[in-house]
Design a protein around this ligand. Structure first.
Ligand SMILES: *Cc1c(COP(=O)(O)O)cnc(C)c1O
Length: 396
């Protein structure tokens, strides 16, 4: 048995999600590209997998841009409100897809074009999703903060500024929105907005980037085919797939479902007020923002569970020294004991990449393929923890 805690990637589930996405794109908008959202899970094995699947790197910072280069990606989609100037210029020179999100980037673009270079860019559109889908936008009444506002005229001003830069041309719009619901409504609103922009500004676009934020791997929720069918139907009123490429930027829907987190019970203890089950896992590895109310999980009892005492309440808790590192409660269940395992499911998105290095270092990651297991990240030791630190004077 492998030492817990560890993450476990199920390759067949990952493949299945990828195939469904590719099929939906082929069925509804064959001229399409997938930009894998690095920020959702940038484990190097995952990045290699996505590259082999033909995905572009969807990156939102200079560090991520450099990671994409390091991992050997040839095609990037450079988004984000705070890009690095160096990587921005490099992306322009390399003909990558760059979606402007800040006024200073117009200045950088001017510099990029000053040497006679021609550069195509897109613009991230900030539009009032909450007005179109009340109660559904992540920003709620406060609104989203990314991109150039369509409603207040900033988008039009950015277009105009762009047309005043010799050598620069406008190639696409980026409409990613994060929502509370991931509903089909959101994507209809995105597609409708793309159509409205085309009509109002007579846009000729080589791409429409509708972003990510989809559900994945849940049978009772919308599927890729549903999202793509809805968007395609609306977009076809104004756009022709032969002329305009559709870009999707999935993160969660691809990488959340296939990853589990395996933990062991290390102790069970009574206190005056509670019965705690202590485990070697932690919320910081499955819910680093500590916002979730429940977790997909199952319990693997070591030996028989039927002969165990039934407890009214057990509080399953984590290894950190934080009181709120309590994962879930079991009501009227067999008493858990040392050696039992608790496996959290669908934990591949915004977990590994957001976990702090708090009292323990990053856990191992295993890959399961056709029943065989392979290590794809060693557990970090003190060596990796200290790797870039300079705590004694350099010897000469
Ligand atoms: C975060 C993000 C994504 C991916 O979102 P998911 O919810 O993980 O699918 C895609 N595009 C952009 C611009 C993002 O910021």
């Amino acid at each position: 048995m492998m030492e817990t805690p560890y993450y476990l990637i199920h390759k067949d589930m990952l493949d299945e999600g990828m195939e469904k996405l590719k099929k939906a794109l082929a069925d509804y908008w064959p001229n399409a590209a997938i930009g894998y959202s690095f920020k959702t899970n940038a484990l190097p094995w995952v990045l290699q997998y996505m590259k082999e699947q033909g995905c572009r790197a969807e990156v939102v910072s200079q560090d991520e841009y450099e990671l994409a280069e390091y991992m050997g990606y040839e095609r990037m989609i450079y988004n984000g409100p705070v890009k690095g100037k160096e990587s921005f210029l490099r992306a322009c020179a390399a003909g990558q897809i760059v979606n402007l999100d800040a006024k200073r980037e117009l200045g950088w673009l001017r510099e990029a074009c000053a040497s006679g270079q021609t550069v195509q860019v897109g613009i991230r559109v900030n539009f009032d999703l909450e007005a179109l889908c009340p109660g559904e936008a992540s920003g709620g009444e406060e609104g989203g903060r990314f991109g150039f506002s369509y409603e207040n005229g900033d988008f039009a001003r950015a277009l105009e500024a762009l047309s005043g830069i010799p050598g620069a041309s406008f190639a696409g719009i980026h409409l990613h929105c994060s929502s509370r619901t991931r509903s089909l409504n959101i994507y209809r609103a995105i597609a409708q907005t793309a159509c409205r922009l085309r009509r109002e500004y007579d846009l000729k676009l080589s791409y429409i980037d509708v972003g990510g934020g989809y559900f994945g791997g849940l049978a009772n929720k919308p599927q890729y085919a549903d999202y793509l069918r809805e968007m395609s139907e609306i977009l076809r009123e104004e756009y022709d797939p032969a002329e305009t490429m559709l870009i999707v930027e999935p993160g969660t829907s691809l990488i959340c479902p296939p990853i589990e987190y395996v933990t062991s019970v290390t102790d069970a203890k009574e206190t005056n007020r509670n019965h705690f089950v202590v485990t070697d896992g932690s919320r910081i590895h499955v819910d680093p923002l500590m916002t979730k109310k429940s977790y997909f999980h199952h319990i693997e009892y070591a030996g028989s569970e039927s002969q165990r005492e039934c407890l009214k309440k057990q509080v399953v808790s984590g290894f950190t020294c934080m009181e709120n590192d309590r994962l879930f409660e079991i009501a009227d269940g067999p008493a858990l004991r040392e050696g039992d395992r608790i496996v959290y499911e669908k934990v591949g998105a915004y977990t590994m990449c957001l976990s702090p290095l708090f009292i323990s270092w990053f856990p191992a990651v295993w890959l399961e393929e056709n029943g065989a297991l392979r290590l794809v990240r060693e557990k970090w030791s003190a060596r990796e923890y200290a790797q870039a630190s300079l705590w004694k004077e350099k010897e000469t």
